[in-house]
Design a protein around this ligand. Structure first.
Ligand SMILES: Cc1cc2nc3c(=O)[nH]c(=O)nc-3n(C[C@H](O)[C@H](O)[C@H](O)COP(=O)(O)OP(=O)(O)OC[C@H]3O[C@@H](n4cnc5c(N)ncnc54)[C@H](O)[C@@H]3O)c2cc1C
Length: 469
């Protein structure tokens, strides 16, 4: 039978089983699944949208047995191009958008068992009805499957960790053996009886299996939130503030986010009706959040504690000003940075992390490297200072020299990895966008282990857009 006839037969089988909602083949229908949040789009053979675990397993088996290449896609908010089909048009996208056959809360166990297609915001809404919350907070609305696959971080990692720290179980479908379901949804908080599929899948970037369901740990809704924006003279002053805050009020610190003056200015210009928080200028600002599940009527008053601490700090050198305001008003500024910076011109973004103790020194050297390599770059950096993460985002005039950008990328990553022992992809994971740096910086022993695992779950390398071996 000809390749064309085989492909027609496969399409007909998929359509028969999944119906018109479940298979997209027309260019216009596929288009949004071929786009990427930040990089060039690709082309898909087709898009399948299973609605149940059984349909997912059947789809993966059918595609794998037909020898097709597959890429899993959730909400497509990933920033390394890993959920976008490749340019050659040879891959099928398995979208989890319709995979919403389970959302089951266990308030007493403080967990939720949820299908891969649910979004972060939907989990938060469902959990809130029971006085609970999922620990992640970020300015995108990713899917459960995407969060597990990329081990998403976010602004509150300093207190509750990332996805891996809040993952009690996961179930996935493998391409080898085709369509086999693995993992566990028991959701135990203690289970020290062997290897854990959930932890193996988390941070495997869609290369080991398609996550169908996960069990996520929930926390009580925070009944008090106190937030402040503090203007400082320099990043070393910001880091000293973090130490002081943790010494004094450490149990309550749930975010310590930094933003350069340029990043803050971009966000304020972008937000309708926003006003400058500080009368004077500043080099850098930090957004501090304290939270507690203990209500105020117990006598614990986080606003008062934060104010008292700030009063003391405002006497110190380098702390210029502080604004205590409603959480929504301050977070609005922080969450607007990504989008506003992207709107300024050609964005070149670095998502890196170093130890907190090296943060100030790294940032100073990184800015120097940018100045020496691309002097025309406008640096709008911001980051999760509490965990050493920095989004070193640069805005360049359109049409800037691609070779110089590539050179800068290598220089910054070398600085992060070789000089500071840090990570060249702190949160966003691995995808086609940074695959070459995975190969450059990953230890051979780590790649060898990934190779053995890869061989076990996908010997023909049918799944995903990254190679971890
Ligand atoms: C404005 C903005 C802010 C962001 N802020 C942060 C942040 O603070 N912290 C952070 O960590 N990230 C952040 N991100 C990145 C992004 O939101 C995360 O990587 C997210 O978890 C990806 O989820 P998704 O559902 O969009 O996955 P997708 O983009 O669809 O896919 C990402 C990867 O996961 C794989 N995948 C998707 N679904 C599955 C599945 N069911 N099974 C197996 N593999 C799967 C894909 O193949 C791909 O490799 C941000 C993104 C944006 C646009």
């Amino acid at each position: 039978m000809s390749v064309h006839a085989l492909s027609q037969r496969l399409q007909a089988r998929l359509q028969d089983r999944l119906g018109p909602q479940g298979v997209l083949l027309a260019a216009a229908d596929k288009a949004s699944y071929e786009a990427s949040a930040r990089h060039a789009g690709g082309h898909a053979q087709g898009v399948v949208r299973p609605a149940t675990l059984e349909e997912l397993s059947w789809c993966v088996r059918t595609l794998a047995e037909a020898g097709c290449a597959i890429v899993a896609q959730g909400a497509a908010t990933g920033l390394v191009g890993a959920a976008t089909p490749s340019a050659e048009g040879s891959q099928w996208v398995v979208s989890t958008q319709r995979l919403r056959d389970r959302l089951q809360l266990d308030p007493q166990h403080r967990s939720v068992t949820v299908s891969a297609g649910y979004r972060l915001s939907e989990i938060q809404r469902a959990a809130a009805e029971h006085g609970l919350t999922f620990a992640l907070d970020l300015s995108a609305d990713p899917s459960v499957g995407g969060m597990v696959a990329t081990n998403t971080g976010g602004s509150r990692l300093i207190r509750w960790g990332g996805v891996r720290d809040n993952l009690l179980g996961a179930q996935a479908v493998l391409v080898h053996p085709p369509g086999q379901t693995v993992g566990s949804l028991r959701g135990l908080r203690k289970d020290n009886t062997g290897l854990d599929w959930a932890q193996l899948l988390s941070g495997s970037f869609g290369a080991f299996g398609i996550v169908a369901r996960a069990v996520l740990r929930l926390h009580p809704v925070q009944k008090q939130i106190a937030t402040a924006l503090v203007a400082v003279e320099s990043v070393p002053v910001a880091m000293a503030l973090l130490e002081s805050l943790e010494d004094r009020l450490g149990d309550f610190v749930s975010a310590f986010e930094g933003m350069s003056a340029h990043a803050m200015h971009a966000a304020l210009s972008h937000l309708p009706g926003a006003t400058r928080p500080f009368a004077g200028g500043c080099e850098y600002a930090v957004l501090i959040e304290l939270t507690s599940a203990v209500p105020r009527d117990t006598g614990l008053d986080l606003d008062a504690l934060l104010l008292q601490w700030l009063e003391g700090r405002l006497q110190e050198r380098g702390v210029l000003d502080a604004v205590v305001d409603k959480p929504d008003r301050l977070w609005r500024i922080r969450h607007a940075i990504s989008e506003s910076v992207q709107a300024l011109g050609q964005l070149v973004a670095f998502d890196v992390a170093v130890k907190r103790s090296s943060f100030a020194a790294f940032r100073a050297q990184a800015l120097e490297t940018v100045r020496a390599t691309l002097p025309q770059a406008h640096v709008c950096d911001f980051g999760h200072l509490g965990d050493g993460g920095i989004h070193l985002n640069l805005v360049l005039p359109p049409g800037s020299d691609a070779q110089r950008i590539g050179l800068l990328r290598t220089r910054i990553y070398d600085l992060v990895v070789h000089t500071f022992g840090g990570s060249y992809s702190a949160e966003h994971g691995i995808g086609p966008y940074n695959q070459e740096y995975y190969e450059r910086y990953t230890a051979p022993s780590t790649r060898a282990l990934a190779g053995v695992l890869h061989e076990h779950v996908d010997p023909h390398r049918r799944l995903g857009n990254v190679r971890l071996d």
